[in-house]
Design a protein around this ligand. Structure first.
Ligand SMILES: C[S@@+](CC[C@H](N)C(=O)[O-])C[C@H]1O[C@@H](n2cnc3c(N)ncnc32)[C@H](O)[C@@H]1O
Length: 388
């Protein structure tokens, strides 16, 4: 595909997203219909789509419309590319720009529009982040780095770096965790690399790894990952000590790949449904990596930034409180309840911990920490709760 044909494909996909499709679904649908597109084309189209979604508001201002064409025009203008070289109408390129399209478009208004944050959210975001708010919002407009977790049960960090390099993936250690690598080059070769296929490395953000690294794990502990999802943290837990490891999720289908991933990592994980999770209690440690706004990982999933509503945030807070209350009852008397979010909003972080402590006077919080997006990872928060 020519660069212009890739832009035309991104326009089609962005319009499908605007009409209500999820981004991944719209991309998959396009890829199925476009057998001619090679892997480099698919990757380039995906990059265009996600670049546009991250900065949807400011690009719509620059491009003069919220349509796929408006966003891609805005992206050209932002990145200093002459749109006339892509919107040519030749071959599979987008149609030439009309006089009206050439006339509209303006610089984004300073404030939430320029920072690509919804207006209603800006006060919540800036109250949480204070002076850091603008820098954090700017980071969320850009692509996320690619991080790997080295499974130290199978390889050292240096061995993993060497094995990945042999397959064309260049990595350096990331300071957030002793298991973390940042991919500098060759990210597209990861999934076919020997180190990935035999479980020496997994894709996982460095702050996610740091959340698990901060847990006081010892051999023999019974550990429950209460919101396991795909099991990224379950596997990181299992790599740290010889645990009796359990995983649960309210949507069990999200854990469907976990048994195969655990096999690859050389781990045993017992999946538990809603009834079993109570019957197997108590646990020495229960990790609640709760559903949240994802405001720390909006670089990877930018749709979340535009879909979040005040009511949605209230609902998330209620779910977060319910999960903590339920999980507290599963923790052994001397055990720990660990809370984590990939959010930067106090409403989902410190405020939830304070609300929990107010509801449960017998508990205390001795440790809490945030990882800012400006530090080169996803934004994360974690807190450790124990009984008095
Ligand atoms: C942030 S994701 C977990 C990500 C996962 N821990 C990882 O590292 O890949 C939150 C998960 O919580 C699950 N969830 C939502 N409500 C829940 C509830 N009431 N109880 C348990 N899990 C819940 C969701 O299905 C989702 O998979």
């Amino acid at each position: 595909m020519t660069p212009a044909a890739r832009v035309a494909a991104a326009i089609e996909i962005l319009d499908a997203i605007r009409a209500g499709s999820a981004a991944e679904q719209a991309l998959t649908g396009w890829a199925r219909r476009s057998r001619f597109a090679g892997s480099k084309d698919r990757a380039a189209v995906r990059d265009h789509v996600f670049d546009a979604l991250r900065a949807r508001r400011s690009l719509a201002a620059l491009g003069g419309a919220e349509t796929g064409r408006g966003l891609m025009l805005g992206l050209c203008r932002r990145d200093g590319i002459d749109p006339g070289t892509l919107f040519t109408g030749e071959g599979h390129a987008p149609a030439p720009l009309s006089t009206e399209e050439l006339a509209v478009g303006r610089a984004p208004a300073p404030g939430p529009e320029a920072m690509d944050i919804p207006d209603w959210l800006w006060p919540v975001f800036s109250e949480s982040l204070g002076e850091r708010a603008e820098a954090a919002a700017r980071v969320l407009q850009s692509r996320a780095p690619v991080h790997l977790r080295v499974n130290l049960a199978k390889a050292s960090r240096q061995d993993a770096i060497a094995a990945l390099a042999a397959d064309g993936v260049t990595c350096v250690p990331h300071p957030a965790a002793e298991t973390a690598l940042e991919v500098i080059e060759g990210a597209r070769a990861i999934r076919n690399s020997a180190a990935y296929l035999d479980g020496r490395v997994e894709l996982q953000d460095a702050a996610s790894q740091a959340v698990v690294a901060a847990l006081p794990l010892r051999d023999g502990m019974r550990v429950l990952d209460y919101c396991a999802g795909g099991g990224g943290k379950t596997l990181a837990l299992g790599a740290r000590a010889r645990l009796s490891l359990f995983a649960h999720d309210a949507a069990p289908r999200r854990m469907r790949d976990l048994p195969a991933r655990a096999d690859r990592a050389g781990l045993r994980v017992t999946l538990l449904d809603g009834d079993e999770v109570g019957r197997k209690a108590p646990y020495d440690l229960v990790l609640c990596d709760v559903p949240c706004s994802g405001s720390g990982s909006w670089r990877r999933a930018p749709e979340g930034k535009w879909l979040l509503t005040p009511e949605g945030l209230d609902q998330l807070n209620a779910t977060q409180d319910q999960i903590l209350d339920r999980a507290a009852g599963l923790v052994a008397p001397q055990g720990m309840l660990a809370y984590a979010t990939c959010s930067q909003l106090d409403r989902e972080n410190g405020e939830r911990i304070d609300a929990f402590l107010a509801r449960h006077p017998g508990w205390r919080c001795d440790w809490r920490r945030s990882w800012p997006v400006e530090g080169g990872t996803d934004g994360f928060f974690a807190a450790h709760l124990t009984r008095d």
